[in-house]
Structure formats: structure tokens, C-alpha cells
Design a protein around this ligand. Structure first.
Ligand code: NAP
Length: 245
């Protein structure tokens, strides 16, 4: 046991659960927060038995921003590390046709996580310590026709994390931005993803733990994605708008 606690927001996600296992294996007590948190009862037993660390369950809805301060107040302890894996991609074609769908994607990936991190960041700053880990996406680096609704929400979250890091660097609070490329999870189920570019959730979990331990700021999980996004960022707009990517 490290005497430290990790809060995992969006804990029903494969990436979140993989991160919870990695932190528990490293001796962290675990707070799992999710919608329908009761559905994670088996995971609580599994993590407790495997790693002999305390695990608690908490209900959170990213869209219910008015409940977020009370949610943080109700945690058994203010965590040392908070990981936000909350996200919702939806279907781009449906998002394009529906303002409601677009707003749901923007709120789930940006407004909700930013609300939760605003409250946690201020509590961490008051204490003078803590690490916030935001799982954002390479999709936020440049808007593409095939997923710009989700991508633009992630772009907002990435910029928010960058600003938080800049604001809190001198107050003992560290902010990690995670930019996974493709990850083999429920979100990408049914997509035909190239194996070399696709990480497993456990790989992302290990990368998050390493980033927190080593004090990294922005990580890509698989380094090939840094190169891919460098190229995509530099394609001139006149050419980019004619491409189908
Ligand atoms: N898979 C990829 O290729 C990939 C790539 C880059 C970034 N990411 C990001 O990685 C994170 C984890 O995604 P994943 O791949 O593990 O997919 P996932 O299983 O779909 O995880 C997303 C999680 O967000 C939760 N969530 C959505 N809206 C919520 C809300 N209003 N309140 C609380 N929780 C909410 C979902 O809860 P429910 O279980 O209740 O639906 C789900 O557990 C996401 O932020 C995603 O954008 C994924």
C-alpha cells in the first residue's frame, strides 16, 4: 500500500478499468466512479482480492454538472490522482444531422469532464498536491470530416487540460493529457482498426501509471501516433479539405 488513492471517473470504460488495476497493483486505494456504479460490484471484489487495497464505488454523471461539487464532497478522501476516462463518440453521421446529438457529444467529452476537473483542481490546489489525468484524443488535434463533432469536443478538453497544467504547475498540481490513438474497447467495437496502431486498454493503463509516476505532461501511448499527427497537422488546408480521412 502506498497510502495514496486514485479516483477513476467513467470507471465502466475498458481503459478506466485497466488503469484502476494498474494503480491498485501499485498499491493505490481505488475510488471507482461511474453511471450505474452498482454494476461494478464484481470489479470491486476482483480488485480487492487481487491487490488487497480498499476499493469504493461512487455514482457520477458527467452531464449532471450541478451534482459535481457534492460528488467530490462525498468521496471518503480527496484522492491523490484523478483519472477522467469519460467519453462518448456517438455516430458522426447522426451527430451531423442532430443538434441534440452534437450537444450530447460536446457535453459528454468537454463540459462534464471540465466541470469535474474544475472542482478537483481547485481542491488539489488548496491542498497543494494532486495529479489530474485527462483521457483526451488525437481526434482533437485536427478536425476531420469523419469525426469532427467528437474531435472538437476532445480539442476543447485538450486545451482545457493544457491551461490547467499551466495554471497549476506552481501550486503542486500536475496535469497529464493522454492522447491515445486507436484503443481496442467498447467505443471502437466493430471498427476495422490496424493492429500496429491499436493499443490494448492494459497498455493505456500502464502508460497512465508511468506518466503519473514520472511526471509526464502529454503522452501518446504508442509513439507512432506522435508522428502521424505531426504529419496530419502540417497538411495544408487547401489539400486537407479535399482528402477523405
Ligand atoms: N477507444 C479508443 O480508440 C479511444 C481513443 C482515444 C480516446 N479514447 C477515450 O478514452 C476514454 C475511454 O473510452 P473507451 O475507449 O474505454 O470507451 P467506453 O467504454 O465507451 O468508455 C467511455 C465511458 O464514458 C462513460 N460516460 C459517457 N458519458 C458519461 C456520463 N455522462 N457520465 C458518466 N460517464 C459517462 C461511459 O459510461 P457507461 O459505461 O455508463 O456508458 C463509458 O464507461 C474516452 O474518453 C474516450 O473518448 C478512446
Amino acid at each position: 500500500m502506498t497510502g495514496k488513492t486514485v479516483l477513476v471517473l467513467g470507471a465502466r470504460s475498458d481503459i478506466a478499468m485497466a488503469a484502476a488495476h494498474c494503480f491498485a497493483a501499485a498499491g493505490y486505494a481505488v475510488q471507482l466512479a461511474a453511471r450505474n456504479a452498482g454494476s461494478l460490484a464484481d470489479d470491486v471484489s476482483d480488485i480487492t482480492i487481487r491487490y488487497r487495497v480498499p476499493v469504493s464505488l461512487h455514482e457520477v454523471d458527467a452531464l449532471a454538472v450541478e451534482s459535481h461539487a457534492a460528488f467530490v464532497d462525498a468521496l471518503p478522501v480527496l484522492p491523490d490522482v484523478a483519472i477522467c476516462a469519460i467519453g462518448y463518440m456517438g455516430d458522426q453521421a447522426e451527430n451531423e444531422r442532430s443538434v441534440e446529438r452534437t450537444v450530447a457529444v460536446l457535453r459528454s467529452n468537454f463540459e462534464g469532464p471540465a466541470s469535474l476537473f474544475t472542482i478537483l483542481a481547485n481542491r488539489f490546489a488548496d491542498r497543494g498536491s494532486g495529479t489530474l489525468v485527462g483521457v483526451s484524443s488525437v481526434a482533437g488535434i485536427r478536425g476531420r470530416a469523419t469525426n469532427y463533432v467528437y474531435g472538437s469536443a476532445k480539442a476543447g478538453f485538450t486545451a482545457f487540460l493544457s491551461g490547467l497544467r499551466n495554471r497549476l504547475a506552481k501550486q503542486g498540481v500536475h496535469v497529464v493529457t493522454v492522447l491515445p490513438g486507436f484503443v481496442d474497447t467498447r467505443m471502437t467495437a466493430g471498427m476495422d482498426l490496424p493492429a500496429k496502431l491499436t493499443a490494448q486498454p492494459e497498455e493505456v493503463g500502464r502508460a497512465i501509471l508511468a506518466a503519473v509516476t514520472k511526471g509526464r505532461d502529454v503522452i501518446y501511448v504508442r509513439s507512432i501516433w506522435r508522428l502521424i499527427m505531426l504529419i496530419i497537422r502540417h497538411i495544408p488546408e487547401a489539400i486537407f479539405k479535399r482528402m477523405k480521412i
